[in-house]
Write a protein that binds this ligand. Sequence first.
Ligand SMILES: Cc1cc2nc3c(=O)[nH]c(=O)nc-3n(C[C@H](O)[C@H](O)[C@H](O)COP(=O)(O)O)c2cc1C
Length: 354
Amino acid sequence: MKQLLMAATLLVCAFAILSCGCARRTQKAVAETGESKVNAAVAMDEPAQVERVEPEIAGAWTPIRLSQEEVSFGAEGGKATVSCLNYDRWWLNDAQVAGTETFFHATPGENNTYETLKADGISACIVNRNQVEISVAPASKSHTWILHLQSGDAFTSITVKQTASMKAEKITNPTLESIAARTSVRSFTDQKVTDAQMEAMLRAAMAAPTGMNVQPWSFVVLTDKSKYEEIFKGNFNLRIFKSAAAVVVFCADTTVTRAPRNNPDAAPVTRPNGTWRDDMGACTENFLVAAASLGLGTVWTASYPYPDRYLPIKEALGLPATVVPYCVVAVGYPDKEVRPKDKWKPERIHKGRW
Ligand SMILES: Cc1cc2nc3c(=O)[nH]c(=O)nc-3n(C[C@H](O)[C@H](O)[C@H](O)COP(=O)(O)O)c2cc1C
Protein backbone atom coordinates (compact mmCIF):
# COMPACT_ATOMS: atom_id res chain seq x y z
CA MET A 1 0.00 0.00 0.00
CA LYS A 2 2.81 2.35 1.07
CA GLN A 3 4.65 1.50 -2.15
CA LEU A 4 1.49 2.15 -4.16
CA LEU A 5 1.10 5.58 -2.50
CA MET A 6 4.73 6.53 -3.22
CA ALA A 7 4.36 5.47 -6.84
CA ALA A 8 1.20 7.60 -7.18
CA THR A 9 2.94 10.61 -5.58
CA LEU A 10 5.88 10.26 -7.96
CA LEU A 11 3.50 10.03 -10.92
CA VAL A 12 1.68 13.22 -9.85
CA CYS A 13 5.01 15.09 -9.39
CA ALA A 14 6.29 13.97 -12.78
CA PHE A 15 3.05 15.09 -14.44
CA ALA A 16 3.23 18.47 -12.67
CA ILE A 17 6.85 19.02 -13.77
CA LEU A 18 6.00 17.97 -17.31
CA SER A 19 2.97 20.26 -17.57
CA CYS A 20 4.93 23.14 -16.09
CA GLY A 21 7.69 22.58 -18.65
CA CYS A 22 5.12 22.45 -21.43
CA ALA A 23 3.48 25.62 -20.23
CA ARG A 24 6.85 27.38 -20.11
CA ARG A 25 7.69 26.11 -23.55
CA THR A 26 4.34 27.35 -24.86
CA GLN A 27 4.89 30.75 -23.26
CA LYS A 28 8.42 30.92 -24.63
CA ALA A 29 7.33 29.85 -28.08
CA VAL A 30 4.57 32.41 -28.02
CA ALA A 31 6.87 35.11 -26.77
CA GLU A 32 9.40 34.22 -29.45
CA THR A 33 6.72 34.30 -32.12
CA GLY A 34 5.72 37.75 -31.00
CA GLU A 35 9.31 38.93 -30.73
CA SER A 36 10.40 37.71 -34.12
CA LYS A 37 7.40 39.28 -35.83
CA VAL A 38 8.11 42.54 -34.11
CA ASN A 39 11.82 42.48 -34.95
CA ALA A 40 11.18 41.52 -38.55
CA ALA A 41 8.94 44.52 -38.84
CA VAL A 42 11.52 46.81 -37.28
CA ALA A 43 14.26 45.69 -39.62
CA MET A 44 12.29 47.32 -42.40
CA ASP A 45 13.24 50.80 -41.44
CA GLU A 46 15.61 52.33 -38.93
CA PRO A 47 15.66 54.26 -36.62
CA ALA A 48 12.18 53.28 -35.40
CA GLN A 49 12.38 50.51 -32.86
CA VAL A 50 9.71 48.26 -31.46
CA GLU A 51 10.37 46.79 -28.09
CA ARG A 52 8.53 44.03 -26.37
CA VAL A 53 7.78 44.85 -22.77
CA GLU A 54 6.36 42.74 -19.98
CA PRO A 55 2.58 42.57 -19.63
CA GLU A 56 1.31 45.22 -17.29
CA ILE A 57 -1.56 43.14 -16.03
CA ALA A 58 -1.16 39.45 -15.28
CA GLY A 59 -2.85 37.23 -17.79
CA ALA A 60 -2.16 34.32 -20.02
CA TRP A 61 0.25 34.97 -22.82
CA THR A 62 -1.43 35.37 -26.15
CA PRO A 63 0.58 35.42 -29.33
CA ILE A 64 1.25 38.99 -30.29
CA ARG A 65 0.70 39.54 -33.92
CA LEU A 66 1.88 42.96 -34.67
CA SER A 67 3.17 44.15 -37.95
CA GLN A 68 4.55 47.49 -38.83
CA GLU A 69 3.66 47.93 -42.43
CA GLU A 70 4.99 51.35 -42.99
CA VAL A 71 7.68 53.04 -40.98
CA SER A 72 9.30 56.16 -42.19
CA PHE A 73 10.39 58.16 -39.21
CA GLY A 74 13.43 60.31 -39.56
CA ALA A 75 14.52 63.85 -40.04
CA GLU A 76 11.30 64.72 -41.78
CA GLY A 77 9.06 63.09 -39.24
CA GLY A 78 6.83 60.57 -40.96
CA LYS A 79 4.17 57.97 -40.51
CA ALA A 80 3.96 54.53 -39.00
CA THR A 81 1.06 52.23 -39.52
CA VAL A 82 0.82 49.63 -36.82
CA SER A 83 -1.50 46.71 -37.37
CA CYS A 84 -2.64 44.56 -34.52
CA LEU A 85 -4.21 41.32 -35.60
CA ASN A 86 -6.52 39.11 -33.60
CA TYR A 87 -7.09 41.59 -30.87
CA ASP A 88 -10.48 42.51 -29.55
CA ARG A 89 -9.42 45.79 -28.11
CA TRP A 90 -6.33 47.82 -28.27
CA TRP A 91 -5.27 51.34 -27.64
CA LEU A 92 -2.36 53.63 -27.85
CA ASN A 93 -1.22 55.03 -24.60
CA ASP A 94 1.37 57.35 -23.17
CA ALA A 95 2.62 58.82 -26.37
CA GLN A 96 5.05 61.14 -24.78
CA VAL A 97 7.19 63.83 -26.25
CA ALA A 98 10.47 63.22 -24.43
CA GLY A 99 11.42 65.88 -21.96
CA THR A 100 7.87 67.24 -21.71
CA GLU A 101 4.76 66.39 -19.78
CA THR A 102 2.78 65.92 -22.99
CA PHE A 103 0.89 62.68 -23.16
CA PHE A 104 -1.99 61.60 -25.28
CA HIS A 105 -4.20 58.60 -25.40
CA ALA A 106 -5.98 57.06 -28.33
CA THR A 107 -8.68 54.46 -28.16
CA PRO A 108 -10.80 53.14 -30.97
CA GLY A 109 -14.02 55.10 -31.35
CA GLU A 110 -17.49 53.69 -30.78
CA ASN A 111 -17.54 51.71 -33.96
CA ASN A 112 -13.80 51.57 -34.30
CA THR A 113 -13.96 54.51 -36.59
CA TYR A 114 -11.41 57.05 -37.60
CA GLU A 115 -10.31 59.19 -34.72
CA THR A 116 -7.47 61.67 -34.46
CA LEU A 117 -5.61 62.76 -31.39
CA LYS A 118 -2.87 65.29 -31.37
CA ALA A 119 -0.05 66.16 -29.04
CA ASP A 120 2.98 68.22 -29.85
CA GLY A 121 3.60 67.10 -33.37
CA ILE A 122 2.27 63.56 -32.95
CA SER A 123 -1.12 62.49 -34.12
CA ALA A 124 -2.63 59.06 -33.98
CA CYS A 125 -5.46 57.96 -36.16
CA ILE A 126 -7.41 54.87 -35.42
CA VAL A 127 -7.89 53.83 -38.99
CA ASN A 128 -9.94 50.75 -38.21
CA ARG A 129 -10.20 48.13 -35.54
CA ASN A 130 -6.87 46.63 -36.39
CA GLN A 131 -4.85 49.57 -37.42
CA VAL A 132 -3.47 52.74 -35.95
CA GLU A 133 -1.62 55.29 -37.93
CA ILE A 134 0.92 57.40 -36.08
CA SER A 135 2.14 60.60 -37.70
CA VAL A 136 5.13 62.51 -36.50
CA ALA A 137 5.86 66.09 -37.44
CA PRO A 138 9.49 67.10 -38.02
CA ALA A 139 11.00 67.50 -34.59
CA SER A 140 14.19 67.29 -32.65
CA LYS A 141 12.64 65.41 -29.78
CA SER A 142 12.09 61.72 -29.33
CA HIS A 143 8.68 60.20 -28.87
CA THR A 144 7.69 57.01 -27.15
CA TRP A 145 4.41 55.25 -27.64
CA ILE A 146 3.11 52.34 -25.66
CA LEU A 147 0.65 50.34 -27.63
CA HIS A 148 -1.64 48.26 -25.45
CA LEU A 149 -3.20 45.15 -26.88
CA GLN A 150 -6.01 43.27 -25.26
CA SER A 151 -7.69 40.07 -26.23
CA GLY A 152 -10.06 38.55 -23.74
CA ASP A 153 -8.16 38.38 -20.49
CA ALA A 154 -4.84 38.59 -22.21
CA PHE A 155 -3.14 41.88 -21.95
CA THR A 156 0.23 42.99 -23.04
CA SER A 157 1.89 46.08 -24.34
CA ILE A 158 4.41 47.05 -26.96
CA THR A 159 6.60 50.10 -26.80
CA VAL A 160 7.22 51.82 -30.05
CA LYS A 161 10.14 54.18 -29.80
CA GLN A 162 11.02 56.73 -32.35
CA THR A 163 13.66 59.36 -32.40
CA ALA A 164 12.84 62.09 -34.80
CA SER A 165 15.88 64.07 -35.70
CA MET A 166 15.95 67.77 -36.29
CA LYS A 167 14.62 69.24 -39.44
CA ALA A 168 12.25 71.84 -38.17
CA GLU A 169 11.70 74.70 -40.55
CA LYS A 170 14.44 75.02 -43.15
CA ILE A 171 16.46 78.15 -42.59
CA THR A 172 18.08 79.69 -45.60
CA ASN A 173 19.89 82.88 -46.54
CA PRO A 174 22.32 83.93 -49.31
CA THR A 175 25.35 82.52 -47.45
CA LEU A 176 23.72 79.13 -46.93
CA GLU A 177 22.52 79.14 -50.53
CA SER A 178 26.08 79.74 -51.80
CA ILE A 179 27.43 76.93 -49.61
CA ALA A 180 24.73 74.62 -50.95
CA ALA A 181 25.27 75.72 -54.56
CA ARG A 182 29.01 74.99 -54.56
CA THR A 183 29.97 71.87 -56.43
CA SER A 184 33.06 70.84 -58.37
CA VAL A 185 33.11 72.18 -61.93
CA ARG A 186 35.68 70.73 -64.32
CA SER A 187 34.91 72.35 -67.67
CA PHE A 188 34.30 76.01 -68.37
CA THR A 189 33.26 78.55 -71.00
CA ASP A 190 35.73 81.10 -72.44
CA GLN A 191 34.28 83.93 -70.34
CA LYS A 192 36.92 85.76 -68.27
CA VAL A 193 36.91 86.23 -64.51
CA THR A 194 37.25 89.93 -63.77
CA ASP A 195 39.84 91.44 -61.43
CA ALA A 196 37.06 92.58 -59.11
CA GLN A 197 35.68 89.04 -58.93
CA MET A 198 39.14 87.62 -58.25
CA GLU A 199 39.71 90.14 -55.49
CA ALA A 200 36.33 89.38 -53.92
CA MET A 201 37.19 85.66 -53.83
CA LEU A 202 40.68 86.25 -52.44
CA ARG A 203 39.28 88.59 -49.78
CA ALA A 204 36.95 85.79 -48.71
CA ALA A 205 39.89 83.35 -48.72
CA MET A 206 41.95 85.64 -46.50
CA ALA A 207 39.04 86.10 -44.08
CA ALA A 208 39.38 82.46 -42.95
CA PRO A 209 40.32 81.62 -39.37
CA THR A 210 43.87 80.37 -38.69
CA GLY A 211 45.71 78.88 -35.71
CA MET A 212 47.23 81.74 -33.70
CA ASN A 213 46.09 84.03 -36.54
CA VAL A 214 49.23 83.09 -38.50
CA GLN A 215 47.60 83.45 -41.95
CA PRO A 216 50.20 81.26 -43.66
CA TRP A 217 48.84 81.83 -47.18
CA SER A 218 50.01 83.43 -50.42
CA PHE A 219 48.34 83.06 -53.81
CA VAL A 220 49.65 82.80 -57.35
CA VAL A 221 46.96 83.72 -59.89
CA LEU A 222 47.56 82.24 -63.34
CA THR A 223 45.83 82.99 -66.63
CA ASP A 224 48.60 82.40 -69.19
CA LYS A 225 47.73 78.92 -70.41
CA SER A 226 50.93 78.62 -72.45
CA LYS A 227 52.86 78.18 -69.15
CA TYR A 228 50.63 75.41 -67.77
CA GLU A 229 52.47 72.47 -69.41
CA GLU A 230 55.59 73.40 -67.45
CA ILE A 231 53.93 74.39 -64.16
CA PHE A 232 51.63 71.39 -64.04
CA LYS A 233 53.96 68.85 -65.63
CA GLY A 234 52.54 65.33 -65.16
CA ASN A 235 49.45 66.69 -63.34
CA PHE A 236 46.34 64.81 -64.49
CA ASN A 237 44.23 67.93 -63.85
CA LEU A 238 46.01 69.84 -66.64
CA ARG A 239 43.03 69.53 -68.99
CA ILE A 240 40.78 71.16 -66.36
CA PHE A 241 43.26 74.01 -65.77
CA LYS A 242 43.44 74.70 -69.48
CA SER A 243 39.67 74.95 -69.69
CA ALA A 244 39.43 77.42 -66.78
CA ALA A 245 39.51 81.23 -67.05
CA ALA A 246 41.98 81.36 -64.16
CA VAL A 247 43.94 79.01 -61.95
CA VAL A 248 44.91 79.95 -58.41
CA VAL A 249 47.78 78.21 -56.64
CA PHE A 250 47.18 78.32 -52.89
CA CYS A 251 50.61 78.50 -51.26
CA ALA A 252 51.34 77.89 -47.58
CA ASP A 253 54.29 78.74 -45.43
CA THR A 254 54.78 75.63 -43.32
CA THR A 255 56.76 77.56 -40.71
CA VAL A 256 55.98 80.44 -38.40
CA THR A 257 58.49 83.06 -37.30
CA ARG A 258 57.60 84.70 -34.02
CA ALA A 259 58.98 85.57 -30.61
CA PRO A 260 58.35 82.75 -28.12
CA ARG A 261 54.96 83.08 -26.38
CA ASN A 262 56.47 83.16 -22.91
CA ASN A 263 59.02 85.83 -23.94
CA PRO A 264 57.42 88.28 -26.38
CA ASP A 265 60.41 90.64 -26.21
CA ALA A 266 62.93 88.02 -27.36
CA ALA A 267 64.15 87.73 -30.96
CA PRO A 268 61.71 85.90 -33.31
CA VAL A 269 62.36 82.20 -33.87
CA THR A 270 61.26 80.05 -36.79
CA ARG A 271 59.46 76.80 -36.03
CA PRO A 272 57.04 74.49 -37.88
CA ASN A 273 53.45 75.74 -38.01
CA GLY A 274 51.31 72.88 -36.69
CA THR A 275 48.05 74.11 -38.18
CA TRP A 276 48.95 75.29 -41.68
CA ARG A 277 46.95 72.53 -43.43
CA ASP A 278 43.84 73.37 -41.39
CA ASP A 279 44.32 77.08 -42.10
CA MET A 280 44.68 76.44 -45.83
CA GLY A 281 41.59 74.19 -45.92
CA ALA A 282 39.45 76.92 -44.35
CA CYS A 283 40.91 79.50 -46.74
CA THR A 284 40.29 77.34 -49.83
CA GLU A 285 36.69 76.59 -48.89
CA ASN A 286 36.00 80.30 -48.35
CA PHE A 287 37.31 80.97 -51.86
CA LEU A 288 35.09 78.26 -53.37
CA VAL A 289 31.97 79.48 -51.59
CA ALA A 290 32.66 83.09 -52.59
CA ALA A 291 33.04 81.93 -56.21
CA ALA A 292 29.69 80.09 -56.00
CA SER A 293 28.08 83.26 -54.65
CA LEU A 294 29.29 85.07 -57.82
CA GLY A 295 27.93 82.37 -60.12
CA LEU A 296 31.42 81.04 -60.83
CA GLY A 297 32.42 77.39 -60.87
CA THR A 298 35.54 75.99 -59.21
CA VAL A 299 37.31 72.74 -58.51
CA TRP A 300 39.77 72.20 -55.68
CA THR A 301 42.62 69.97 -56.83
CA ALA A 302 45.20 68.44 -54.54
CA SER A 303 48.85 69.42 -54.75
CA TYR A 304 50.58 68.90 -51.40
CA PRO A 305 51.51 66.22 -50.21
CA TYR A 306 52.07 64.64 -53.64
CA PRO A 307 55.68 65.41 -54.70
CA ASP A 308 54.97 64.59 -58.36
CA ARG A 309 52.39 67.41 -58.35
CA TYR A 310 53.83 70.01 -55.97
CA LEU A 311 57.53 69.86 -56.91
CA PRO A 312 57.06 71.03 -60.54
CA ILE A 313 54.74 73.85 -59.32
CA LYS A 314 57.18 74.91 -56.60
CA GLU A 315 60.05 75.02 -59.03
CA ALA A 316 58.24 76.65 -61.96
CA LEU A 317 56.70 79.39 -59.78
CA GLY A 318 59.84 80.03 -57.69
CA LEU A 319 58.31 79.41 -54.27
CA PRO A 320 60.55 80.06 -51.20
CA ALA A 321 62.06 77.03 -49.45
CA THR A 322 59.52 76.85 -46.59
CA VAL A 323 56.49 77.50 -48.84
CA VAL A 324 54.54 74.67 -50.50
CA PRO A 325 51.80 74.78 -53.14
CA TYR A 326 48.97 73.41 -50.98
CA CYS A 327 46.32 73.10 -53.69
CA VAL A 328 45.33 74.44 -57.11
CA VAL A 329 41.86 75.84 -57.77
CA ALA A 330 40.48 76.23 -61.29
CA VAL A 331 37.85 78.95 -61.66
CA GLY A 332 35.54 80.08 -64.44
CA TYR A 333 31.98 79.96 -65.72
CA PRO A 334 30.60 76.40 -65.92
CA ASP A 335 29.96 75.32 -69.54
CA LYS A 336 27.01 73.18 -68.46
CA GLU A 337 24.69 72.86 -65.51
CA VAL A 338 26.32 70.93 -62.66
CA ARG A 339 24.10 70.01 -59.76
CA PRO A 340 25.48 69.89 -56.20
CA LYS A 341 25.44 66.43 -54.62
CA ASP A 342 23.06 65.82 -51.76
CA LYS A 343 25.35 65.02 -48.85
CA TRP A 344 22.96 65.63 -45.97
CA LYS A 345 23.05 62.58 -43.67
CA PRO A 346 21.20 63.21 -40.43
CA GLU A 347 22.31 59.81 -39.15
CA ARG A 348 25.85 61.18 -38.92
CA ILE A 349 24.74 63.54 -36.17
CA HIS A 350 24.99 62.27 -32.63
CA LYS A 351 23.55 64.20 -29.77
CA GLY A 352 25.18 64.18 -26.36
CA ARG A 353 27.49 61.25 -27.22
CA TRP A 354 28.15 58.81 -30.10
C1 LIG B 1 41.66 67.87 -50.79
C2 LIG B 1 40.90 67.72 -52.09
C3 LIG B 1 41.56 67.28 -53.19
C4 LIG B 1 40.89 67.17 -54.42
N1 LIG B 1 41.59 66.82 -55.54
C5 LIG B 1 40.96 66.79 -56.74
C6 LIG B 1 41.70 66.57 -57.94
O1 LIG B 1 42.92 66.40 -57.91
N2 LIG B 1 41.01 66.55 -59.12
C7 LIG B 1 39.66 66.76 -59.17
O2 LIG B 1 39.10 66.72 -60.27
N3 LIG B 1 38.92 66.98 -58.05
C8 LIG B 1 39.55 67.01 -56.85
N4 LIG B 1 38.83 67.30 -55.69
C9 LIG B 1 37.38 67.53 -55.78
C10 LIG B 1 36.63 66.36 -55.22
O3 LIG B 1 36.67 65.27 -56.13
C11 LIG B 1 35.16 66.78 -54.96
O4 LIG B 1 35.16 67.85 -54.03
C12 LIG B 1 34.32 65.66 -54.41
O5 LIG B 1 34.15 64.67 -55.37
C13 LIG B 1 32.96 66.15 -53.94
O6 LIG B 1 32.24 66.75 -55.00
P1 LIG B 1 31.72 68.26 -54.90
O7 LIG B 1 32.95 69.14 -54.78
O8 LIG B 1 31.01 68.49 -56.20
O9 LIG B 1 30.84 68.38 -53.72
C14 LIG B 1 39.50 67.44 -54.48
C15 LIG B 1 38.83 67.87 -53.34
C16 LIG B 1 39.53 68.05 -52.16
C17 LIG B 1 38.81 68.58 -50.95
